[in-house]
Design a binder for this molecule. Structure first.
Ligand code: DC
Length: 221
């Protein structure tokens, strides 16, 4: 069977992670969460006390760190210089810092190479913000997943509940700020590719969204 490269872009809380993972499972493909890579850089920025506005320090950091995914029983884990950082990158503070460092060209250039390298073998579902527009403009099938802001805030809140003390209101505010940062930055802003299939997941179950995506993918297989 043909090996495809599938991209899923969209704002925070649209359901990208759950859907991408389920879709990759159904196809027997690798699932790559590119937001984790930006979070990985943010984590190292914080750990080393680097000012994210200091471009020289950011550049040095990008030359120094080795970020990579490894497949474990519980799914894909992110490692930085051999240390599993999959859990500590999921805090609200790292979310906001990831959004800030992702606007820097030094960071985007570094991660562009990392992502394209992983994508070479195809047979993968890549989740992110600029997968269909910048990283893989030649992807076989591109999706743009969205949902109402109320639904997205509620999903993010439920996801974070055990890991953060933020109220629903605070989660909604953080999300709005991050959406604005991510979609108004000059470099690779969050937006659907011209040839992306748009899906609004408000009120749809994960299974429904995955089935819908598979119906488009089957035409390409
Ligand atoms: O998908 P996420 O919420 O884990 O992503 C964290 C941040 O990383 C997000 O606010 C913007 C940035 N990001 C990006 O700029 N490009 C990507 N392909 C993925 C994430």
């Amino acid at each position: 069977m043909k090996k495809l490269l599938i991209t899923i872009d969209g704002p925070a809380g649209a359901g990208k992670t759950t859907v991408s993972r389920a879709l990759a499972d159904r196809l027997g493909y690798r699932y790559i969460n590119t937001g984790a890579l930006y979070r990985g850089v943010a984590y190292e920025v914080k750990r080393r006390g680097i000012n994210p506005e200091n471009e020289a320090k950011l550049q040095k950091l990008c030359h120094l760190i080795q970020l990579g995914f490894e497949s474990k029983g519980t799914g894909l884990r992110l490692y930085s210089d051999g240390v599993d950082i999959s859990d500590p990158i999921r805090t609200p503070e790292i979310s906001m810092l990831a959004s800030a460092v992702s606007a820097k060209s030094i960071v985007r250039d570094y991660l562009l190479e990392v992502q394209r390298d992983i994508g070479q073998k195809k047979a993968a579902v890549f989740e992110g913000r600029d997968m269909g527009t910048i990283v893989f403009p030649e992807a076989d099938v591109k999706f743009f997943l969205d949902a109402s802001s109320k639904t997205r805030a509620l999903r993010r809140y439920q996801e974070l509940e055990s890991k953060s003390s933020q109220s629903l209101e605070e989660v909604a505010q953080d999300m709005k700020k991050r959406d604005t940062n991510d979609s108004t930055r000059s470099l690779a802003p969050l937006k659907p590719a011209d040839d992306a299939i748009r899906i609004d997941s408000t009120g749809l179950s994960v299974e429904k969204v995955v089935d819908l995506m598979l119906s488009y993918i089957e035409k390409k297989l």
